[in-house]
Write a protein that binds this ligand. Structure first.
Ligand code: PMP
Length: 454
């Protein structure tokens, strides 16, 4: 066993991990990376099929990002934003405003997706105090929502497995049905669909808008819920209703931002301009922790006033607007522009779609959901009757473990196999990774490695 694995098992507590399992099994230690591949301590190479948890964009050790960080290191690595400004943070804010949906003119920095959302919730809450509507205190969120792991973000979360234990600690939110067609509880078939999911939202807004500060949503894709995807038009309708009832719309683009869905931001697919947008993950190309909460002049201006008016937004973190991270983000955006990354996604997305059509035919693939290079493949014990595998069989985890044997790192969310390769992956690499996924699903589900209940 590599020394690092020993030390890891002795001292490190991993996120979202049952440590009893972790310490009892052999684990991979990543020592290096190159392009879209990770290299372990034995020199084995693996495709980074989930972009190191959905953050990596242009591959690892991208020369321009490496150079930008090194250049910034020669100036200053970190300085506070309390009472001081810094050059990369100011430049990045200008560039984010230029590419964001029109009207999002202000950038509040933080360090990760959870803190970006936490900022949005607190800002929305305080905004209404300043606007003379102090009763607007609650948030609407979707069932199965995931917005992070801080207490505020868990309060708007809706994933029972992660969030149940903390319930007594949380503030109450109003949850509306998740608009996931494959799992729809509201209609029995698509023909009968009259978008009952938005009717429920309208009822809640009509009855309670005076108590509602904002609605938070993962646009188009509820990622951590297992890549649940909303039908076209849903987000635009949410925007229309929130505007009509005077409720702030917070679009959480932490997972979907920076090209993942085929456009820079998921909002663009439905020409939606939210009141707030949260960004993280891809913002530095997957290099460094950084996040931003973007908002409108209307919200920003509501916080203006002298000290006696007590309108300051009292929130901030030690590493907010870190110059190294902002320099990485600037290099990331430059690559997007110079390499025309968004345009280059079209054939990649099409190649994935073609391959996924084949995978959809496998006996135990119940549903395939794709939005750009966000892909979820949902396994079912009985595909025709939509019967899932029993939890203890860990079918999704077994498929991902099998894929490692063939050189691909992917992660499951329950029995949904997640595939989110770096945007820099070529068509050939995407096809090769999907071939590995197909083979792994086939071997696990059809060759007796899980019980198919027959
Ligand atoms: N919002 C969304 C939509 C996310 O997918 C995530 C992370 N998966 C977060 C927020 C939290 O981000 P972080 O893990 O960086 O705190």
């Amino acid at each position: 066993m590599h020394e690092a694995e020993l030390k890891d098992k002795q001292y490190v507590w991993h996120p979202f991990t049952q440590m009893q399992d972790w310490v009892s099994r052999p684990q991979k230690v990543i020592a290096a990376a190159s392009g879209i591949k990770l290299i372990d301590t034995e020199g084995n190479e693996f495709y980074d099929g989930v972009s190191s948890l959905w953050v990596n964009i242009h591959g690892h050790r991208k020369a321009e990002i490496d150079a930008a960080i090194i250049e910034q290191l020669g100036k200053v690595a970190h300085t506070t934003m309390l009472g001081l400004a810094n050059i990369p943070a100011a430049e990045l804010a200008e560039q984010l405003v230029a590419i964001a949906p029109t009207g999002l003119n202000k950038v509040f920095y933080s360090d990760d997706g959870s803190t970006a959302v936490e900022v949005a919730l607190k800002m929305a809450f305080q905004y209404w105090q300043h606007k003379g509507k102090p009763n607007k205190q609650k948030f609407i969120a979707l069932e199965h929502a995931y917005h992070g792991d801080t207490v505020g973000t868990v309060s708007v979360g809706g994933i029972d497995l992660f969030h149940r234990v903390f319930k007594p600690l949380l503030f109450t939110s109003v949850h509306i049905p998740a608009p996931s067609c494959y799992h729809c509880q509201l209609t029995l078939n698509t023909a009968a669909c009259r978008r009952q999911c938005t009717d429920r939202l309208e009822q809640v807004l009509a009855g309670h808008h005076e108590e509602i500060a904002g609605l938070i949503i993962e646009p188009l894709v509820q990622a951590a819920a297992g890549m649940l995807m909303s039908p076209p038009g849903y987000l635009a309708r949410v925007r229309e209703l929130t505007r009509r009832y005077g409720v702030l719309l917070i679009v959480d683009e932490v997972a979907t931002g920076f090209g993942r869905t085929g456009k820079m931001f998921a909002c663009e697919h439905e020409s939606v301009t939210p009141d707030m947008m949260t960004l993280s993950k891809g913002i530095t190309g997957g290099y460094m922790p950084l996040a931003a909460t973007m908002t409108t002049d209307e919200i920003y201006n509501a916080f203006m006033g002298d000290y006696t008016e007590k309108k300051t937004f009292y929130h901030g973190h030690s590493y907010t607007g870190n110059p190294l991270a902002c320099a990485a983000a600037l290099a990331n955006l430059k690559i997007f522009r110079e390499e025309k990354v968004i345009e280059g996604l079209i054939p990649k997305i099409a190649a994935a779609e073609a391959k996924l059509e084949q995978i959809a035919k496998l006996d135990h693939v119940g549903d395939i959901r794709q939005q750009g290079l966000i892909i979820g493949i949902e396994l079912m014990q009985d595909k025709s009757r939509k019967v899932p595998y029993p939890w203890e069989q860990a079918a999704g985890a077994s498929v991902c473990q099998q894929a490692r044997k063939y050189g691909l790192i992917i992660r499951p969310i329950g029995d949904v196999v997640i595939f989110m390769p770096p945007l820099a992956s070529t068509v050939e690499e995407i096809e090769e990774m999907l071939n590995i996924i197909e083979r792994s699903i086939r071997e696990i589900t059809q060759e007796g490695l899980v019980d198919n209940g027959s």
